[in-house]
Design a protein around this ligand. Structure first.
Ligand code: NDP
Length: 286
């Protein structure tokens, strides 16, 4: 496993296990299995409604807490200084831990400045080791970075071969904000798993298109958190540290970029409206 030092020196695995869209009932078994096969970083969120299952799995695991890296995210409905603090307490309780390694603001909506002030406070108290954001595009990211006392360590964004976020990554480099890819495998869209270019490159190393994709992103300097509920795919997705893509292969994959989202355009007012509706779902009582 490769690690990266975030802008505050905290070490984070370059590859983790994402649990979005894994039902609470099966999430505990999935996380236990991921830990068994070698994952050490888990990416959950208040809105995924499975923090408690993650907490149970890490509690039962023999892996020491100090070797784990836990990420959660504060949902839109918990935005604002006071509500965010309450929600962090709830996440700590759900995850059955005294500290969380990384907490992100899930969306750049609602009172995210209040949320960030709460995160800064918990960070200073040592209850959160690193703080950051998700789905922040250039304008809002720069504004937050310029008007905060703790620089966000991470921006978790949609990032895969078809949407490589080159412009945003340049801005993030200036602020030493590390890119983390959500949906690094594009959830298989655009036939990623059978894509000709990715498969052809993979055949040079006996690797799959998924492995080539994850390797590509890591070589770009992007943290990845692929999700799968299948043990054999968990193993496949983590077995990417035994080969290296050449410059020419990197160039070929760079050309797959369409510079367009495959999921949602955060600049579209209707998307903001939909996220706000979702924000009204109560996540605090779960
Ligand atoms: P991914 O790009 O990780 O793709 C997951 C899909 O690909 C699943 O359907 C999975 O199926 C399938 N899959 C995984 N590995 C393989 C493989 N080796 N071969 C074939 N199929 C495979 O998408 P996600 O949207 O889940 O993103 C990953 C993580 O990113 C999330 O779990 C979450 O933690 C985070 N995220 C964050 C967001 C944010 O707003 N901050 C938004 C979206 C995601 P199966 O499970 O059946 O194997």
């Amino acid at each position: 496993m490769d690690y990266v030092a975030l802008n505050n020196g905290v070490k984070m695995p370059m590859l983790g296990y994402g649990v979005y869209q894994i039902e609470e009932a099966e999430c505990e078994a999935c996380v236990s299995e991921a830990l068994e096969v070698g994952y050490r970083s888990i990416d959950t969120a208040q809105a995924y409604l499975n923090e408690r299952a993650v907490g149970k799995a890490i509690r039962k695991s023999s892996v020491p807490r100090s070797e784990l890296f836990l990420t959660t995210k504060i949902w839109v409905s918990n935005a604002g200084y006071e509500k965010a603090k309450l929600s962090i307490e709830k996440s700590l309780e759900n995850l059955q831990t005294d500290y969380i390694d990384l907490v992100l603001i899930h969306q750049a909506s609602n009172d995210y400045y209040g949320t960030y002030r709460a995160l800064e406070e918990y960070y200073r108290e040592g209850k959160i080791r690193a703080i950051g954001v998700s789905n922040f595009y250039g304008d809002r990211l720069v504004d937050l970075a310029e008007f905060s006392t703790v620089m966000p360590a991470i921006n978790q964004i949609e990032l895969h071969p078809f949407y490589q976020q080159n412009d945003l990554r340049e801005i993030m480099k200036d602020y030493q904000i590390m890119p983390e890819a959500w949906s690094p495998l594009a959830e298989g869209k655009n036939n990623l798993f059978t894509h000709d270019v990715l498969k052809a490159i993979g055949s040079n190393y006996k690797k799959t298109a998924a492995q080539v994709t994850l390797r590509y992103l890591i070589q770009l300097g992007v943290i990845v958190i692929p999700k799968t509920i299948h043990r054999e795919r968990m193993i496949e997705n983590i077995t990417i540290f035994d080969f290296h893509l050449t410059e020419e292969e990197m160039k070929q994959i760079a050309q797959l970029d369409t510079n367009q989202t495959l999921f949602m355009d955060h600049h579209n007012p209707m998307v903001v409206k939909e996220l706000t509706k979702l924000g009204k779902i109560e996540t605090m009582d779960k």
